[in-house]
Design a protein around this ligand. Structure first.
Ligand code: SF4
Length: 387
């Protein structure tokens, strides 16, 4: 059993704030139930007071087993929500009835662990906190930069000591290194990292890590990326189409209607206009979005069982998430009478888009295969999307 543990330095301090939460995970989301929990729930009856509190789903009684609260959505077992889109076990004090009655061990794996994720590799365990929880976004907002115990990803010299035999970890750490660069903006960092990732993928090796960390070469690469010709209007139209596409599923199921209805209306009537003022406001959240990208890369780019191609697809998916967040923020900004962009709205959009795009690797591959000529993009499309 591996004893090396890599985790963000705020990992152990995280506590769910329950009733104080501004964007609870017990409402509107698809809360999956694993097979073991489903089996256990077959022999446990529902909490006794659900009926008197009006929390019993239609067709169920106080004698129903917990497994009868499960529904199939998109081929996944999830807890069926009530018409108010809340989990039937969510109490009026925003605490969980299952925990109150049976203790934490009655929860599904998702409810028990969220927003934590553990990835066990032969030589180490990686522990992450994911972007679907507003409490985590608050941490990123407070911090100038993200630190991880057991991982010195910001030091190019330390990366040179990484084993080229573990090409996957070295590549992931290299992506974090480039995304954390405070001397350039997030778009340039994303494109720089993606350019390098495609190069490693095409060569299927890292001959010399210095090729990807040498400061002079990186400055030259970034200059070339910045000089590329772009048409902001075309790129925004593309991001708008993407936003409509990734929100369609949740919108048609009536989830997150409070957010999605006005945003999709604004998106459907979207017409490009001067974005200078918006971009100026957005730049005040550059640090938060940088921390978001570094954390997403740590938690999603390398999951046990992945290969280099999977990492490329995950990186593309992260760029799509980022592009959708930018579009959601632009639409929010246009709808706000005084054209402000508050921290709370930035946090909400990060959490919302992260929840809507939280698919597993096979779903991501299917989406990319169905949507693009090739699931592995060429660099030009990434530049177009983020342009
Ligand atoms: S979103 Fe985070 S803070 Fe809010 S209820 Fe869920 S785990 Fe707790």
């Amino acid at each position: 059993m591996s004893t090396i543990e890599i985790k963000p330095d705020y990992y152990d301090d995280f506590h769910c704030i329950g009733g104080e939460c501004s964007f609870t995970c017990c409402q509107e989301w698809k809360i999956s139930v694993d097979r073991q929990t489903k089996k256990k729930w077959r022999s446990v009856t529902a909490p006794g007071d659900l009926k008197q509190n009006g929390r019993l789903p239609s067709g169920l009684s106080e004698h129903s087993s917990l497994s009868q609260f499960i529904k199939k959505v998109d081929d996944t077992d999830v807890i069926g929500l009530l018409p108010d889109m809340k989990c039937p076990f969510l109490d009026c004090d925003h605490l969980c009835r299952l925990v109150k009655e049976h203790g934490e061990e009655m929860l599904s794996v998702t409810c028990h662990e969220f927003p934590r994720e553990n990835h066990a590799f032969p030589d180490r365990t990686e522990k992450a906190l994911v972007s679907c929880c507003p409490e985590i976004v608050d941490r990123w907002n407070e911090k100038e930069t993200l630190n991880f115990t057991g991982l010195d990803y910001k030091d190019g010299e330390a990366l040179k000591c990484g084993s080229v035999n573990d090409i996957l970890k070295l590549t992931r750490d290299l992506m974090m290194f480039h995304l954390s660069d405070e001397s350039s903006d997030n778009r340039t960092n994303l494109l720089t990292a993606f350019f390098i990732l495609l190069d490693i993928y095409n060569k299927d090796s890292i001959d010399d890590i210095k090729d990807y960390t040498d400061p002079e070469s990186i400055i030259k690469l970034k200059k070339s990326i910045k000089k590329l010709e772009r048409n902001e209007e075309d790129s925004m139209n593309e991001r708008n189409e993407l936003f409509l596409d990734i929100t369609e599923n949740y919108s048609s199921e009536g989830r997150y209607t409070g957010f999605l209805k006005p945003l999709r209306e604004a998106s459907l009537s979207f017409l490009y206009d001067n974005t200078d003022k918006f971009n100026e406001l957005l730049s005040t959240y550059e640090k938060l979005l940088r921390n978001y990208l570094v954390s997403e890369t740590f938690s999603n780019l390398l999951i046990p069982g992945m290969d280099l191609r999977d990492m490329v697809l995950q990186f593309e998916w992260m760029m799509m998430e980022y592009a959708s967040i930018l579009q959601a923020l632009y639409l929010t900004w246009t709808m706000t009478p005084d054209h402000k962009l508050t921290y709370e709205s930035v946090r909400d959009m990060i959490v919302l888009i992260s929840r809507l795009t939280g698919y597993d690797a096979s779903d991501i591959e299917e989406y990319l295969t169905n949507s693009f000529e090739s699931p592995v993009w060429d660099f030009g499309y990434a530049d177009f999307l983020l342009g």
